[in-house]
Design a binder for this molecule. Structure first.
Ligand code: SF4
Length: 223
């Protein structure tokens, strides 16, 4: 018969304390390991985010540089109209005509259309599309209108390409009827003169009336 060894309370207490200490130590190690792992994950995420951010920044910078280079390249380019102005004489520009077309009528019509856009002007390519004109004829016509003093052309960069904004300068008198003209009932008509303080050049009534006239005329033409 095996004799059962009886553990003394002091030994038991010691063993318990040792086991407890072992547990505490293991727990500490486990906590530390979890913490380290979590920190590693956070650091990894941070590094990835930083990398992504840097790549995005680089991409944006490259895009910006490319756009700037494109813009510079476009700015350096001469327009077709500038080349035409160099190649043609003033008379050739003024006498430009399109085959089988009444040029006086066309000049008046285009001038009226440009006038109806008042100070906003209209982009030449949009106008040529409305008139079903080729850009070759349109460009020559715009130069002609400018030389005749009817319009001004403003060179602008639109969607990365040079074009011209056409603005009215002089409306052809023949296109306007004097019916309803504000001057007919104007109380200061006697003091109004081209170079005076009261002048058609600065009169808002005359400007409104001319624009209304042109818009009405245009409406009648399209109906
Ligand atoms: S231009 Fe204007 S100020 Fe002069 S007469 Fe006509 S309405 Fe009057």
């Amino acid at each position: 018969m095996v004799k059962k060894e009886i553990t003394s309370p002091a030994k038991l207490k010691k063993e318990l304390e040792e086991a407890k200490a072992e547990l505490v130590s293991r727990n500490k190690k486990l906590k530390l390991s979890v913490k380290t792992e979590a920190k590693k994950k956070v650091d990894k995420k941070k590094a990835e985010a930083k990398k992504k951010e840097e790549a995005k920044k680089k991409e944006e910078e490259a895009k910006k540089k490319e756009e700037e280079a494109k813009k510079k390249e476009e700015e350096a380019k001469r327009t077709y109209e500038e080349e035409l102005e160099e190649q043609l004489t003033e008379d050739e520009i003024k006498n430009f005509a399109i085959d089988k077309t009444d040029m006086d009528k066309l000049v008046n019509r285009v001038t009226e259309m440009i006038a109806s856009y008042a100070t906003n002007g209209i982009l030449q390519n949009i106008l040529w599309r409305k008139l079903k004109l080729s850009s070759r004829d349109g460009s020559r016509l715009a130069l002609k209108l400018e030389k005749l003093g009817n319009i001004t052309r403003e060179k602008i960069l639109e969607n990365g390409r040079w074009t011209y904004l056409l603005l009215i300068k002089k409306i052809p008198i023949s296109t306007i009827s004097i019916e309803n003209a504000p001057c007919l009932v104007c109380p200061v008509e006697g003091k109004c003169s081209t170079d005076g303080e009261i002048s058609p050049k600065t009169c808002v009534y005359i400007e409104d009336w001319v624009l209304t006239e042109l818009k009405t005329k245009k409406r009648h033409e399209t109906n």
